[in-house]
Design a protein around this ligand. Structure first.
Ligand SMILES: [Ca+2]
Ligand SMILES: [Ca+2]
Ligand SMILES: [Ca+2]
Length: 240
């Protein structure tokens, strides 16, 4: 098994390859769609799993969006995490402030990350997965009932894929990218995305319908809902 250990300093990344005894003894080992977060550096101290599959929020279960420390699992507190292991097929984004604010950093699959200068700072965590990820450019698969959202035009910049039809993503925390930054989306086939400027599906809203058998790329600049305005969204089969 190959493992990649990364130390995050203020502006530097140090990578080395190989398992050491300490890593092999880590008390938490993440599976697919999971990460393990540890209180201390070097994968020690109290720990718990954060998963793409489930994360409870104030409004129910929204997958992979730990946008506030209140949604972190037991044993994981605000400004507490010292190291993280990312499971296979999984990616994560860590931010120093809640709701994807402050400095953020992307963690790739299978990595062992000592947070270094980011120790005791993390306040929001997003879990993505690799085979459905928008991180690698504009040709990733987006399936029916899924919409990827992007901070920059032409399906670039920070992004995540939303895949819970009928769930009201009522704020930017639940959507998974910083508020009022959405500039483009990619809609799965026979899928609809309703985007709104204000929280909880209010304010100016616009439905984007993809009735074709292929994913549809949309830039929000020039649309009625507009660029860098979206704060809430809902997805469903087209039309709904
Ligand atoms: Ca913080
Ligand atoms: Ca933007
Ligand atoms: Ca807004």
């Amino acid at each position: 098994m190959k493992s990649i250990r990364v130390s995050i300093a203020a502006a530097t990344l140090i990578l080395s390859v190989g398992l050491i005894a300490q890593e092999a003894a880590a008390q938490c080992s993440p599976g697919f769609l999971e990460i393990c977060a540890f209180d201390n550096a070097s994968f020690t101290g109290s720990s718990n799993r954060l998963t793409r599959g489930f994360s409870s929020t104030a409004v129910g279960v929204v997958w992979g969006a730990y946008y506030t420390p209140a949604s972190f699992p037991a044993g994981i507190g605000n400004d507490m995490i010292g190291s993280i292991i990312v499971g296979p097929g999984t990616r994560a984004r860590i931010c120093k402030d809640p709701t994807w604010g402050g400095s953020c950093f992307n963690l790739d699959e299978g990595g062992w990350f000592d947070l270094g200068g980011w120790n005791n700072a993390i306040s929001s965590i997003r879990i993505d997965w690799t085979d459905q990820s928008c991180w690698n450019g504009s040709s990733w698969p987006v399936w029916p009932g899924e919409v990827s959202v992007h901070a920059d035009p032409n399906q670039t910049g920070d992004c995540t894929t939303k895949d819970q039809p009928g769930i009201e993503y009522g704020n930017s925390g639940l959507i998974g990218i910083r508020n009022d930054t959405m500039s483009s989306i990619r809609i799965g086939d026979h899928t609809q995305a309703v985007l709104c400027r204000d929280p909880n599906q209010s304010g100016t809203c616009q439905a984007f319908l993809n009735g074709s058998p292929d994913p549809l790329n949309v830039n929000l600049s020039g649309t009625r809902v507009g660029n860098d305005t979206v704060t809430s969204m809902e997805i469903g089969s087209a039309p709904f």
